[in-house]
Write a protein that binds this ligand. Structure first.
Ligand SMILES: [Zn+2]
Length: 853
């Protein structure tokens, strides 16, 4: 649709002549409870000024119909003014009032105003999600982050519902069979940050207050909501505890009182991402309401998200990037602060280990794609923006901020943040605004640092180079750096040796700046050569680390004996990178997992080892060895499952891993036994979500039938149950099951986002390569139509999810290359997705070659 993909130039032009005084938005969602009603009424009144009287501009709106457009009392004809994506307005005055009345569509893709009906009780729930540019699916607006304004929402909703918004409601009145909720004006915020959550949500309330430096008391009412049918699982106390710890921490460090009044946190169904930082009305995926046992890593992950979103109240909401090029300004910062505040203010003290192990793996992966980009990106338009919520913008950016704190010091960093908030409150910024304050507070020139870290793409590898004398003492220790552009790194180097009990502990640590291609570390000369050299110890910088031969031997025989959690996590991360880079045979990596994962005390690290081991087996292992590898992993999983402490997180993690790797009759029978109660593992509760994991294993191995799977839904007739059942049915190893899953996603756009996801995940099973091989041609044939016809969220899932990633052979790589060569002018965002999938495939082939030896 022309005009849907707003460009940076258009946004700049519009901001050049416009400033917005206020929005008044009235939504009537009383039709939501009628499943046949596709639309709701939306009326927007925008008061804005133009510095170019007489000029023309446009308002963004994605709606099935516009009923009327009135500019300064003059009616414009919707038939000519509205093209499906924009409303053209001309003859602007200095002061303007524009009223647009439209019928907007309820969403099933999670973009705009999403409507969900709970299968448990038939209740209807609504919520909005707008970032980067979907407010225009709900009301007419200037959809760009730098045209901030106060918003006043009025929502007419079914009488039994509650409605939440960024602001508090001023009054609620009955009107016919409905209730009208009038909300106070918000502070000036960007369109993508507005939010409405409406439905018969269950709510829990609490309160936060804090004495401020000026003697006044800040009062913040807290609320947490979820669907009624999830209420019995809702641990709001834990959520409020983390929330208050975060508010304490951010007030202490940021010295700027929380600006948005109250703080609601709404857990909503079929949510596309983790959470969204709408000021005063944060939305979260409801999978954070745990209905079955989860590990401590899941609680840690949720707390991290709560704190990440809270950091955004200042970084992102109070001060906002001008355009999506500087998305990192808010995401890198929030990602960094999420872990930082978690370690300093909550019981989750291993957040930096998780960060090193999980977040950074995301960044390293993304940064080695041919599509990687500098942290400060070049975002031409909204499709570019949508794809940039990636491992660079979040995880690499946060890693680089961690490096910046090591470089300028904590005090200078936070003092810079404080000045930044005060100077730019309610405004928009670019990179230079942040660097400017940090240069003042640190006294350092950050030009070179910024050029190397923020404006240059790619990851460096650091390798230790040691020479020793006849007695085994170090004569020279150097750090070699490769990568296209060497960077300045603040690093710690750890030397490890075995203590009398055999544990690997750190005997020396030096911290220094590494520059250029080779840096000699004179402090280490004269020391005995250690068993293990760990570069980037304490994880200060962002790099891949390599080992000298002796260190690698030490890891092979003793990785699990490194006593420090973070050091061990760094070693795991490094051997994973070696495997991905085809420098360590996959079976060697899996041997390390089989040997040492059972000793891994950090549950988050263990769970990521499980994930990585599964990926290694499915795509990096030599295909002729794959069956053997699978058997070894499943046997290892069963051994550790039986050895784990009854009822422990580790026991649950190993049970899930057994389900993912089981393939032999013996193992599948055990899974079935766990399901029907004829087998037991002491302390392992086979609760609902674990049951579905076991069913998925049976289904994908052809050891369960559709009747049995459907029967499980009777016991769990919930939204989550429906998603699991959909994935299980799509995973059945029959041509019919594959055809049905493919068709459900491709031949119709009726499925909601959550079921699209379930169909795709069930369809693409690593053990079913022959069954799905025939879809490769169809996939490449469909790409451009899918991109043109589906919403970007759904199109991204189809393009990424149906890519034949388990067809790891030269032919599939050639097919991908042929598509790329044959479609030079396909949408850049689509090409980017295909290029990344293609690159994963090429990497898999290299790793397989290494594994073959
Ligand atoms: Zn964020």
């Amino acid at each position: 649709m022309p005009g849907k993909n707003l460009s940076r130039e258009e946004a700049q032009q519009r901001a050049g002549i416009l400033s917005v005084d206020s929005y008044r938005v009235h939504l009537d969602v009383t039709s939501a409870v009628d499943p046949t009603a596709a639309t709701f009424r939306s009326t927007t009144t925008i008061s804005f000024r133009s510095s170019a009287p007489g000029a023309a501009t446009f308002v963004d709106l994605l709606a099935p119909a516009v009923r009327s457009v009135t500019l300064n009392g003059r009616a414009l004809d919707p038939a000519t003014a509205f093209d499906g994506a924009r409303v053209a307005v001309d003859g602007l005055a200095e002061q303007n009032v524009l009223v647009i009345e439209a019928d907007c569509a309820y969403s099933r893709t999670g973009e705009g105003l999403h409507r969900f009906v709970d299968p448990v009780d038939g209740e209807t729930y609504l919520y909005t999600h707008f970032e980067p540019a979907d407010a225009r699916r709900v009301f007419a607006n200037f959809e760009q982050p730098d045209l901030k304004a106060p918003f006043s929402f009025t929502v007419t909703a079914p009488a039994a519902w509650d409605v939440y918004n960024n602001a508090v409601h001023e009054d609620v009145t009955a009107e016919g069979g409905a209730r009208v909720w009038r909300f106070a004006p918000t502070k000036p915020i960007s369109t993508y940050l507005t939010a409405v959550v409406a439905g018969p949500y269950h709510v829990e309330r609490d309160h936060y207050s804090r004495k401020l430096a000026d003697g006044s008391t800040l009062e913040i009412p807290l609320a947490a909501t979820c669907r009624k049918s999830l209420a019995r699982y809702f641990d709001a106390d834990e959520i409020f505890t983390v929330t208050k710890q975060g508010l304490d921490f951010f007030h202490q460090e940021f010295d700027f009182p929380y600006p948005f009044g109250k703080y609601d946190q709404c857990f909503v169904p079929e949510y596309n991402i983790g959470a969204m930082e709408n000021p005063g009305c944060v939305t979260f995926r409801e999978e954070f309401v745990f209905r079955s046992k989860v590990t401590e890593a899941a609680y840690e992950g949720r707390a991290n998200v709560i704190l990440h979103e809270m950091a955004h109240m200042w970084f992102g909401d109070l001060v906002t990037m001008r355009w999506w090029d500087d998305l990192w300004l808010k995401e890198s910062f929030a990602d960094f602060m999420g872990s930082f505040s978690q370690v300093e203010a909550t019981r989750y003290r291993s957040a930096w280990t998780t960060f090193a192990n999980r977040r950074k793996a995301w960044a390293y992966r993304q940064d080695q794609f041919p599509t990687t980009h500098p942290i400060t990106a070049d975002i031409r338009d909204l499709e570019d923006a949508k794809l940039n919520f990636d491992g660079i913008t979040y995880a690499k950016g946060a890693s680089v901020l961690k490096q910046l704190v090591a470089y300028v010091g904590r005090d200078a960093f936070f003092e810079g943040a404080r000045q930044y908030f005060k100077r730019h409150a309610y405004g928009n910024t670019v990179l230079g605004d942040l660097l400017g304050v940090l240069e003042r507070t640190s006294g350092r020139d950050l030009t070179a640092w910024s050029a190397a870290w923020l404006q240059t793409a790619g990851v460096n590898s650091l390798t230790p180079q040691l020479t020793t004398d006849a007695e085994g003492r170090i004569t020279e220790f150097a750090v070699a750096q490769d990568g296209a552009t060497p960077r300045p790194h603040r690093v710690a180097i750890g030397l490890y040796d075995r203590d009398p009990a055999g544990a690997l502990t750190r005997t020396h640590r030096v911290e220094l700046d590494v520059h250029g291609a080779r840096t000699v570390v004179s402090e280490l000369a004269g020391l005995p050569r250690p068993a293990l050299v760990l570069l980037n110890d304490d994880d200060l910088t962002y790099c891949k680390i390599r080992f000298d031969d002796r260190s690698l031997e030490t890891l092979r025989s003793g990785l699990g004996e490194i006593t420090d959690d973070l050091s061990r996590a760094l070693a795991w991360s490094a051997v994973w990178n070696l495997t991905r880079d085809a420098l360590m045979p996959t079976r060697d990596y899996l041997a390390l997992v089989l040997r040492f994962a059972g000793q891994e005390s950090d549950i988050g690290v263990l769970q990521s080892l499980h994930q990585q081991a599964k990926t290694a087996l499915d795509v990096y292992a030599d295909p002729s060895w794959r069956a053997e590898g699978a058997r070894l992993l499943a046997e290892g999983a069963l051994r550790e499952l039986r050895a784990a402490a009854p009822g422990s997180d580790h026991q649950l993690a190993w049970a899930r891993f057994l389900a993912q790797t089981a393939g032999t009759d013996e193992h599948l029978q055990l899974l079935r036994g766990l399901l029907n109660g004829s087998a037991r593992i002491d302390g392992l509760e086979v609760d609902q979500d674990l049951r579905w994991s076991l069913w998925l294993a049976l289904a994908s191995n052809g050891a369960a039938n559709a009747d049995e799977l459907n029967a499980e839904l009777t016991a769990d007739n919930t939204a989550s149950g429906k998603q699991h059942l959909t994935a299980c049915l799509a995973a059945l190893p029959t041509a019919e099951a594959k055809a049905a899953a493919w068709s459900a996603v491709i031949d119709s756009d009726e499925l909601p986002n959550a079921l699209v996801e379930a169909q795709i995940s069930g369809f693409n099973q690593p053990g079913q390569r022959e069954l799905t091989a025939g879809y490769t041609d169809r996939y490449f044939g469909l790409l451009e139509d899918i991109w043109a016809q589906r919403s970007i969220e759904i199109a991204m899932r189809i393009v990424g999810g149906f890519f034949p990633r388990y067809q790891t052979d030269e032919q599939t790589l050639a097919d991908a290359d042929a598509w790329l060569t044959g479609h030079p002018s396909a949408a850049p965002a689509l090409r980017r997705l295909v290029l990344e999938c293609r690159d994963d495939l090429a990497r898999a082939l290299r790793a397989q070659a290494c594994d073959r030896g």
